[in-house]
Design a protein around this ligand. Structure first.
Ligand code: GLY
Length: 393
């Protein structure tokens, strides 16, 4: 089977050699071809990433070796989730076997009440798997993880607490990234009819909408709340250039997160916020021509700053969600999503180091990690965006 996959890959690489030129002419068939190619490549890559619960692919170390993590890491769900998404493309049993095996490693995280990242870890893996298999056990895992996550909700603040570290500075920190954990709670309400999950997710989005944004709809990274009164204590960054800057991935999480919140609730205020974030991004003077942002829109040395391909991939996926649920602005979303996808398909952004598809992502520049490297969540959202592109038509 792997031999067959490798032959398919070679054929597709040959056939898709001109993909960057064809995307503007026919984005839909280019996305379809690219997904087939990525599925074949993922199968061929399985041998390069031996199944190991202690070594889930995340990024590359400075010496070029694989940076692999345990299930506890916030990124652990992306590799299995990407395998599920590619299994959806060609229904290859080898991909399903691999996706199931990697997914199983993450199950124990459903009890971890010291993190808000349960949606990233468990919904990207078990959630994607459930959509394709309707495996009842996967559903139970999502419900348990949601029960764990809502323990971090504070009704006075109206948010799920993000982090437990840096307690000397923060009392109740909430980061914009946390919008991405809400989709799991909306799913848990459907699975159980327990409206509490929905209420928590909805209120978290409402509170974030109120306090996380500036007048221009760029977002802060970290808002620290007083857990007793609900008042805002601090507006900070952790991974951005400065407290007042627009960290690129944060803007992308916000766009994707509010697109989801609108799809799940139908609240037009969430759609307005998603539109406003999109306008902030695409009107920004520091957005490069190819629409792959620098790691922070306000980084000091633009254009001599690293890009963040992950922010671009997340943005493209969020735009394609909006293209489906907001027909009024469909052409706007589609034109920018297609432009980003066309850029990502160009050779300069492609990684040839397995199992990664894309390079030039930036994880945490101020903290000195993952600068201008492949990162697994860029690949996950790239595949998600390509699937959304295909499903849109
Ligand atoms: N959620 C962590 C990050 O975006 O780096």
């Amino acid at each position: 089977m792997k031999f067959f996959a490798s032959i398919c890959l070679l054929f597709l690489l040959f056939a898709c050699g001109d993909a960057p030129q064809t995307i503007s002419e026919d984005p839909l068939s280019t996305a379809q071809e690219r997904l087939q190619e990525l599925a074949a490549r993922a199968i061929a890559n399985l041998d390069n990433v031996p199944l190991d619960s202690m070594a889930i692919p995340r990024s590359l170390n400075e010496d070029g070796s694989l940076h692999a993590v345990k299930s506890r890491d916030w990124t652990s769900g992306f590799y299995p989730g990407m395998l599920w998404q590619l299994y959806a493309v060609n229904k290859d049993p080898e991909l399903e076997r691999a996706a199931r095996a990697w997914t199983a490693f993450i199950e124990k995280e459903k009890y971890d009440d010291h993190t808000h990242d349960l949606g990233f870890k468990l919904y990207c893996s078990f959630g994607e798997g459930y959509k394709l298999t309707q495996d009842e056990h996967y559903k139970d895992v999502i419900i348990t993880a949601s029960e764990t996550l809502i323990q971090r909700y504070n009704d006075t603040v109206g948010c799920i607490r993000s982090w437990d570290f840096n307690t000397e500075n923060w009392d109740f920190p909430v980061i914009i990234d946390n919008m991405m954990n809400l989709e799991m709670l909306f799913a848990a309400t459907r699975f159980t009819d327990n409206i509490t999950f929905y209420k928590v997710a909805n209120q978290h989005a409402l509170t974030t909408m109120k306090y996380h944004f500036r007048a221009d709809y760029g977002s802060y990274h970290v808002i620290d709340y007083n857990p007793t009164t609900g008042a805002v204590r601090k507006r900070n960054t952790h991974q951005g250039f400065s407290d007042d800057s627009a960290w690129a991935r944060g803007q992308a999480w916000g766009l994707h997160g509010f697109a989801t919140a609108y799809r799940e609730t139908g609240n037009p205020a969430f759609l307005d916020r998603a539109r406003e974030i999109a306008d902030f991004i695409f009107n920004h003077l520091n957005l490069p021509e190819d629409e792959i942002p620098y790691w922070d829109y306000n980084a000091a040395n633009i254009p001599d700053e690293p890009r963040d391909v992950s922010a671009a991939a997340i943005t493209a996926s969020g735009l394609l969600d909006l293209a489906k649920s907001d027909p009024v602005r469909k052409d706007f979303y589609l034109s920018h999503a297609d432009k980003i996808l066309a850029s990502l398909m160009k050779g300069e952004y492609q990684s040839d180091v397995p199992p990664f598809f894309l390079q030039h992502s930036t994880g945490g520049l101020p903290n000195g990690f993952e600068i201008d490297v492949p990162i697994i969540y860029a690949d996950y959202y790239y595949v998600e965006a390509l699937r959304r592109r295909v499903e849109l038509d």
